[in-house]
Design a protein around this ligand. Structure first.
Ligand code: HEM
Length: 469
């Protein structure tokens, strides 16, 4: 049968296995480089085939707009299946009416007033981060491997805002196990994704990676279940959320329990969503902040402008900014935009097409997969002059740009539900770090190789010099 995708360029295809050979056994960083090379070699639309799969890769802003703004092609593609044992069919993986229902239940969770109530958590966790960094600095003679510090910070923050649990101060065995499992599980999923034979359920279940994955799942699920059951008990007892234990900080879980009472979701569904938010809200912001500190360390002028802006808004006071003050920080906002332009935490996202549609002059048929390459698009010379240069000013000088030229949080119906949460958290963290420290690079202009992971990651540790202000 005639398929327009057969006319689209791409790497050599062999019978049956298609282009799979070129990816086989590649370490993650080489895989990432290979993907980045594809449009340079084949143009703005590249087709890869694999067994019976057709995967169209797109890099052009107009194509990306058509795909992301499509109101019915909202199903995720194949690789997301491997997240299912962990995330179920929660908001990230679900589709169709289930996705619509869940999105409706969860949207109010990111309402302005609820985000405002999270500010206390952001503030407290940021203060702890500064203290931890100070310890790291003295242990490392001024040099810090930033990712582990930032990763703890974002994990503690999402955990407390989503479930009301303090992972940082709770040293009980279940909590320690949970933290470790959450840290390990993404890596194990990634290993499975990149190792062809581990994709088979039976082989995976017998392999050490699969066994470790099963253990992690057990810890994650039993921890989440306990939190939910406890919360439900006190919810039922009080008829409302007891403010003494929650301090009104359990917004996500509150809303979900409320929805359960109305019969809109069951306990299994609540567990799914708790897991979805613990995942989506942790690594994404951790990796963005880590790349951000690397870029800031290289640009002292940008640090100075951030500091000037903080001082002009907060004066001599050393208190943390509140939500409206963070809103006034337009330069910091541009800094965060520029960080996420260069290092979007989700470098590419995929769809499985459920309804034929036209992508310009080619017909995309039901069953094929489309991968939107956010990372490469946001580094296109025609959209961003000197694309590799970190220059927050490009978001301040009124340059006009295609509305889909900047989509680190995706766009359309399946955009990131947590984007305002993420921006507030990042703003608070960068603001407080810059107020306390002057950052410097280990080697000016050095950029780590990147690797394809569940989120974009550096292939090696990122070290930054910290000097107390
Ligand atoms: C800098 C940080 C972040 C970035 C760059 C980011 C990016 C994205 C992207 C690109 C998507 C679309 C994924 C896809 O189509 O497969 C997405 C979806 C999602 N994000 Fe984020 N995200 C960030 C932080 C957060 C945070 C903090 C939360 C939660 C508190 C969150 C929750 C979600 C959820 C639940 C979805 C699925 C939404 C749906 O399909 O309806 N994200 N995010």
């Amino acid at each position: 049968e005639n398929n327009d995708l057969d006319r689209v360029p791409g790497p050599p295809k062999w019978p049956i296995i298609g282009s799979a050979l070129m990816f086989l056994g590649l370490p993650p960083s080489q895989m990432f480089d290979l993907v980045v090379e594809l449009p340079k070699k084949y143009g703005n639309r590249v087709v890869i085939t694999m067994l019976n799969r057709y995967i169209l890769n797109i890099y052009d802003v107009e194509d990306i707009e058509i795909v992301l703004s499509h109101s019915r092609n909202i199903k995720k593609n194949k690789p997301y299946d491997f997240l299912e044992p962990w995330l179920g069919t929660g908001l990230i993986v679900s589709t169709g009416s289930k996705w619509h229902r869940r999105r409706k239940i969860l949207t109010p969770t990111f309402h302005f007033d609820i985000l405002k109530s999270f500010m206390k958590v952001f503030e407290e966790k940021t203060k702890n981060l500064v203290v931890d960094l100070r310890r790291g600095i003295s242990e490392g003679s001024g040099v810090v491997d930033v990712m582990p510090f930032i990763s703890d910070f974002t994990l503690y923050t999402i955990c407390e805002t989503a479930m009301g649990i303090r992972l940082d101060s709770d040293k009980s065995e279940a909590t320690v196990k949970y933290k470790q499992a959450i840290m390990d599980i993404g890596e194990l999923v990634m290993k499975r994704l990149t190792t062809i034979w581990l994709r088979n359920d039976f082989i995976f279940s017998l392999h050490p990676t699969g066994k470790k994955f099963a253990k992690c799942l057990e810890s994650v699920h039993s921890f989440a279940d306990n939190v939910i059951i406890e919360r439900k008990k006190s919810y039922e007892k009080d008829g409302e959320i007891s403010s003494s234990t929650s301090k009104r900080r359990l917004a996500l879980l509150d809303l979900l329990l409320e929805a359960e009472r109305k019969g809109e979701i069951d306990l299994e569904g609540i567990r799914e969503e708790v897991n979805n938010f613990m995942f989506a809200g942790h690594d994404t912001t951790a990796t963005a902040l880590t790349f951000g500190l690397m870029l800031l360390a290289d640009h002292e002028d940008v640090q100075e402008r951030i500091l000037e802006e903080c001082t002009s808004i907060l004066g001599d006071s050393d208190r943390s900014p509140n939500m409206s003050e963070l809103g006034e920080m337009k330069y910091l906002e541009a800094v965060i935009k520029e960080i996420l332009r260069l290092y979007p935490s989700g470098p590419f996202i995929g769809r499985k097409i459920t309804e034929d549609f036209m992508l310009g002059d080619i017909k995309i048929k039901k069953g094929c997969e489309v991968v939107v390459h956010i990372y490469e698009m946001q580094r296109r010379e025609d959209l961003y002059p000197e694309p590799e240069v970190f220059r927050p000013e490009r978001f301040l000088d009124g340059e006009s740009r295609h509305p889909y030229a900047y989509v680190p949080f995706s766009a359309g119906l399946r955009n990131c539900i947590g984007q305002r949460f993420a921006k507030l958290e990042m703003k608070m963290a960068i603001c407080e770090i810059i107020r306390n420290f002057r950052l410097g690079p280990m080697k000016k202009g050095a950029r780590p190789a990147l690797k394809a992971d569940l989120v974009l990651r550096p292939n090696e540790s990122i070290f930054v010099k910290f000097v107390e202000r």
